[in-house]
Design a protein around this ligand. Structure first.
Ligand code: NAD
Ligand code: UD1
Length: 344
């Protein structure tokens, strides 16, 4: 059973590729390598022992995406492709509206066209990568899926608009089976140490930044704010192992394909971890000292953000299994074995 992964060469897509193969699916990667490197394909072949099918191109190219769908007849599509840097989205909002919202529209139109002319045997089935960013500044924690949604930057806005587009599509065409996954804070890497997160620039996210400090590429971690109303004054997040996220996509596809009902769920652990706890966990995993300085708060940050993951357990039978220690150990194996990521 083929599954099309738009953005499948990226961080979460590449881990999901392996989990899908292990579960008996045949994933096909669609990517333009705007934020990834073709070397990941060789690594995926090494890990899974079989060739990888790649469709190299842009999800914005609707006729080409249609042709890809006709060629591979996927039973489902996972839409990872998009841009994800919050700061860049503030500086260049049109890039985010174009690639994220435009990319989703393009994919959905291609799926709708292939379904409408009967050239695909399957019902249109989609899993979409949303984010905890759609909760904005939550009034309390843990966060359940019925919390009000808002946005604080164009990246978050693009996720919100896409979620709304998917709801409208379900109303208009009940044949669509759609799983919206709101990821909390993905971290860690495949236990082989062969694939992982490879930020093109200075990492915006905490975990890759901390491992780059541990490996000696950066002098210290700037801890954005030491005076939050949290146990140690630093920001609290729900870090989730990328392997657990990958398993969440397999569970989501299986639920859509067997039960046929659409859903929106949080993918998180339900456990809040502070910045200083994360720094200490990387120190322990790496055996290196991670110097840090308390810096001013980062604009737009919230004090605490962690999931109530019980709906995903109820609907999909999925729950996160990896600990913070495993996340840091796997991230460290990847970072220390590949200090320059896929660039060698
Ligand atoms: P990533 O940048 O590693 O992967 C995205 C992939 O999409 C890249 O390989 C990139 O080359 C590709 N891509 C981008 N635009 C494309 C286009 N127009 N056509 C074809 N390919 C295109 O990001 P990731 O961390 O793997 O995230 C995957 C998805 O999950 C994104 O939609 C992101 O917004 C969402 N998400 C990520 C996080 C996170 O912290 N990593 C958190 C919440 C949600
Ligand atoms: C960020 C994005 C969010 C996105 C999420 C996952 C912002 C404002 N939000 O959220 O939209 O969905 O990533 O990709 O960018 N921290 C430091 N020093 C650093 C980096 C981070 O102290 O160098 C702190 C932050 O203040 C925060 C925690 O570490 O308390 C986690 O930060 P980060 O990894 O950027 O994730 P989020 O803030 O949750």
């Amino acid at each position: 059973m083929n599954i099309l992964l738009t953005g499948g060469a990226g961080y979460i897509g590449s881990h999901t590729f392996i989990a899908l193969r292990e579960a008996g699916f045949e994933p096909v990667i669609l990517d333009n390598f705007a934020n990834s490197h073709p070397v990941v394909l060789e690594r995926l072949e090494r890990i899974t022992g079989r060739p990888v099918t790649l469709e190299r191109g842009d999800v914005l190219d609707t006729p080409w995406v249609e042709a890809v769908l006709r060629r591979h007849q996927p039973a489902g599509v996972v839409h990872f492709a998009g841009d994800k840097a919050v700061g860049e989205s503030v500086a260049n909002p049109l890039k985010y509206f174009h690639n994220n919202i435009g990319g989703a529209v393009s994919l959905l139109r291609a799926m709708a066209a292939v379904f409408a002319d009967g050239s695909a045997p399957a019902l249109p089935t989609l899993v979409f990568s949303s984010s905890a960013t759609v909760y904005g500044d939550p009034a309390s924690v843990p966060i359940t899926e019925d919390f009000p949604r808002s946005h604080t930057n164009p990246y978050g806005h693009s996720k919100l608009v896409i979620e709304d587009m998917l709801s409208a599509l379900r109303v208009a065409s009940p044949a669509w089976r759609i799983g919206v996954l709101r990821y909390f804070n993905p971290a860690g890497a495949h236990p082989s140490g062969l694939i992982g997160e490879d930020p093109a620039d200075i990492p915006n996210n905490l975990m890759p930044y901390v491992t780059q400090v541990a490996v000696g590429q950066r002098p210290h971690v700037n801890v954005f704010g030491g005076d939050y109303p949290t146990p140690d004054g630093t920001g609290v997040r729900d870090y989730i192992h990328v392997q657990d996220l990958a398993a969440g996509h397999v569970a989501a596809l299986q639920a859509l394909l067997t039960k046929g009902e659409s859903f929106t769920v949080n993918l998180g652990t339900g456990r809040g971890v502070s910045v200083l706890e994360a720094v200490r966990a990387v120190e322990k995993a790496s055996g290196r000292l991670v110097p840090y300085v308390i810096a001013p708060r980062r604009a737009g940050d919230v004090a605490q953000c962690y999931a109530d993951p019980s709906l995903a357990k109820r609907l999909l039978g999925w729950e996160a299994k990896h600990t913070l220690e495993q996340m840091c150990a796997d991230a460290w194996r990847w970072q220390s074995g590949n200090p320059n990521g896929y660039r060698g």
